[in-house]
Design a protein around this ligand. Structure first.
Ligand SMILES: NC(=O)c1ccc[n+]([C@@H]2O[C@H](COP(=O)([O-])OP(=O)(O)OC[C@H]3O[C@@H](n4cnc5c(N)ncnc54)[C@H](O)[C@@H]3O)[C@@H](O)[C@H]2O)c1
Length: 265
């Protein structure tokens, strides 16, 4: 069956048809792949990024899906309020929120001043709080909602020079747990996904600026049960499960889509 028929809702796997899904950091990398995946399942995707996610929109529309690119800095409270209004008027209330936008901000601890600490924490953690608070209002009213937050399997490792990043990604677990408690009675589930090292522009830039050594991808992949470097598409299926009806009784979970890099705890 064609992508067009999926978008039209005639295919049995159009599991997200009629849903409005907001994905942050959707111009590239994991966010773009997640946006494409949600659109393939029939959702109307709002692709949010600092600059217009035009390529994501083009890819989704070429496959017969629906995408509205909107720009916002999701770490800025006023920008998030304006974004919520813009999504309401463009697409109506939001059903699904994927908080994916994030930065690495790698640096030696002695070079981490308060400004750098705040930049990483506000982009990676404050944004998840701001977006969840704003968009949960739509979900509460309709008594159905899915929120997925993007953590990282790096929090379990001995990786150096990532203190603000690791603090932000571990903070997402506490936020996910709290939101799950507070939103469960409204039919809203809240979960976190943790990818392992995944080949994206973020990683290419971190290697290019010297804050991560070249060849690190192969070294880390060797620590996984599945010994290849992840691509953004490897993470999409987990997000699709957590944003659909099949995961209605799954909440406050931290699910690793990491090829077996981390183990059962
Ligand atoms: N790539 C990996 O190996 C890996 C591993 C574990 C977790 N993650 C997490 O997955 C998420 C996506 O990572 P990626 O590798 O695709 O990164 P990426 O840098 O390729 O893409 C991130 C996108 O987020 C956007 N963004 C950044 N700050 C923003 C803001 N304040 N407002 C709106 N948009 C903003 C960027 O413009 C960019 O388009 C991040 O949260 C990252 O920490 C990535």
């Amino acid at each position: 069956m064609s992508e067009e028929s999926v978008a039209a809702g005639t295919a049995p796997w159009a599991t997200h048809l009629g849903r409005v899904a907001v994905v942050t950091g959707a111009a590239r990398g994991l966010g773009a792949a997640i946006a494409r995946g949600l659109a393939r399942r029939g959702a109307t995707v709002v692709a949010v990024d600092l600059t217009a996610a035009e390529r994501t929109r083009q890819e989704i529309e070429e496959a017969g899906g629906s995408c509205v690119p909107l720009t916002a800095d999701v770490s800025d409270p006023a920008a998030v309020r304006a974004l919520h209004e813009a999504v309401l008027s463009a697409c109506g209330p939001t059903d699904i929120l994927v908080n994916n936008a994030g930065i690495a901000g790698m640096a030696k601890l002695e070079d981490v001043d308060f400004a750098r600490w705040r930049r990483v924490l506000s982009t990676n953690l404050d944004s998840h709080f701001l977006m969840s608070s704003a968009f949960a209002a739509d979900m509460r009213e309709r008594e159905w909602g899915r929120i997925v937050n993007m953590s990282s399997s790096a929090i379990y490792t001995n990786t150096r020079d990532m203190t603000p990043y690791l603090a932000s990604k571990a903070g997402i677990l506490g936020l996910t747990s709290g939101l799950a408690n507070d939103l469960a009675s409204y039919g809203i589930t809240v979960n976190a996904v943790s990818p392992a090292f995944t080949r994206t522009p973020l990683i290419d830039e971190t290697v290019a600026d010297g804050s991560m050594p070249p060849g690190i991808d192969a070294l880390l992949a060797d620590e996984q049960a599945i010994k290849r470097v992840a691509t953004p598409e490897d993470i999409v299926g987990t997000v699709l499960f957590l944003t659909g009806d099949d995961s209605a009784f799954v909440t406050a979970k931290f699910i690793a889509a990491d090829g077996g890099y981390t183990r059962i705890y």
